[in-house]
Design a binder for this molecule. Structure first.
Ligand code: 6V0
Length: 312
């Protein structure tokens, strides 16, 4: 049964937005879901398609709308954006999406009266930072999907190598959702047993560098094979939304504007945080080795370099 009373807007109904809407409908997470896209036909078609499956999952009000429907939303998910065109650099794309996101934020804020903005569009760290500044909302109310997907890929790789249930694998990728991200090996454990201890006790040879390389290139491999990535991120979005709506206090590496923790300031990136109805309730300062902290600070600097370019 629906009727939990939650309302979510999804802005951008391409591969990612539509898949996230589908995932949320299967989980019957909300009672009202509005799909918004500059391509109105696309949003209408996606809403209609999802409606036709509701008899199998439960009643929800799923429709296409406009920015005025952002009023009363508990979460506004933003997955709108351009993709990289041939010959375009990452920086060109960043500038283009910053400009798209500025318009979207202004449109959201005309009608915003409550809720959390969840930024998914890339470059997600840059856009999370900019949306928080432009919206004028407190930092806890604007979060990014950050490295939630990368961490899921990390856990999936490890589960495959160790042949254990992925739910028994705990670990984070933190920092940039991009090349400078880093694994927190020192905090990675298998059902409570530290990773290094688990592999040595079980005599399993592991190439840690390969795991990290595979996590970093996973998106590219999927794009090469099927053109875009959307199921993994859709389920990441569904999980973040569930934690927000159900006030779960879930600890996950969402993207957030960091000011102070780990000695980092004025940049958005991913660190483990408590996620509940308030959005990013609290950033956790977990124990890092010196090398991990150094890598996190390097990652923050890398994000700042791009921020400096796009801010001007
Ligand atoms: P897509 O399939 O091209 O969909 C983008 C959608 O945005 C289209 O339907 C457009 O019509 C719409 N759109 C464009 N401009 C606007 C606007 N101004 N207002 C409203 N809608 C607009 O792209 P896809 O869905 O594959 O990807 C969307 C974004 O998610 C991209 O920026 C990806 O890079 C990003 N991803 C982020 C991930 C993460 O982990 N953070 C993972 C995968 C993709």
């Amino acid at each position: 049964m629906a009727g939990k009373g939650f309302k979510v807007a999804i802005i951008g109904c391409g591969f990612v937005g539509a898949s996230a809407a589908f995932a949320m409908s299967i989980n019957n997470l909300v009672s009202e879901m509005v799909l918004i896209d500059v391509n109105k036909e696309k949003a209408y078609g996606e809403a209609l398609d999802i409606n036709h499956g509701l008899s199998f999952v439960g009643q929800m009000n799923v429709y296409s709308g406009d920015y005025s429907d952002c009023k009363d939303c508990d979460i506004i998910v933003v997955t709108a954006g351009a993709n990289r065109k041939p010959g375009e650099t990452r920086l060109d794309l960043a500038k283009k999406n910053v400009s798209i996101m500025k318009d979207i934020t202004a449109n959201i804020m005309k009608h915003y009266n409550k809720g959390v903005i969840l930024v998914v569009s890339n470059p997600v760290d840059i856009l999370t930072y900019m949306v928080q500044k432009w919206s004028g909302l407190p930092a806890n109310k604007v979060i990014g999907s950050g490295t939630v997907l990368d961490s899921s890929r990390f856990r999936n790789h490890i589960a495959g190598i160790l042949n254990v249930d992925v739910k028994n694998v705990h670990g984070y990728i933190i920092g940039e959702h991009g090349d400078s991200q880093l694994p927190v090996w020192s905090a990675t454990h298998i059902a409570g047993t530290k990773f290094d201890s688990y592999i040595s006790k079980n005599n399993i040879a592991v190439d840690k560098d390969k795991i990290i390389a595979d996590v970093k290139t996973a998106g590219g491999v999927i794009i090469k094979n099927k053109g875009a990535t959307y199921y993994g991120i859709a389920l990441s979005i569904n999980r973040i939304c569930e934690s927000l709506l159900k006030n779960y206090n879930t600890i996950m590496p969402i993207g957030t504007v960091v000011n102070g923790p780990y000695g980092i300031s004025d940049v958005a990136l991913s660190v483990p945080a408590v996620v509940n109805g308030n959005g990013c309730e609290k950033i956790l300062e977990i124990d890092l080795t010196d090398a991990e902290l150094k890598a996190l600070l390097y990652s923050a600097d890398q994000v700042k370099l791009v921020l400096d370019e796009v801010k001007n």
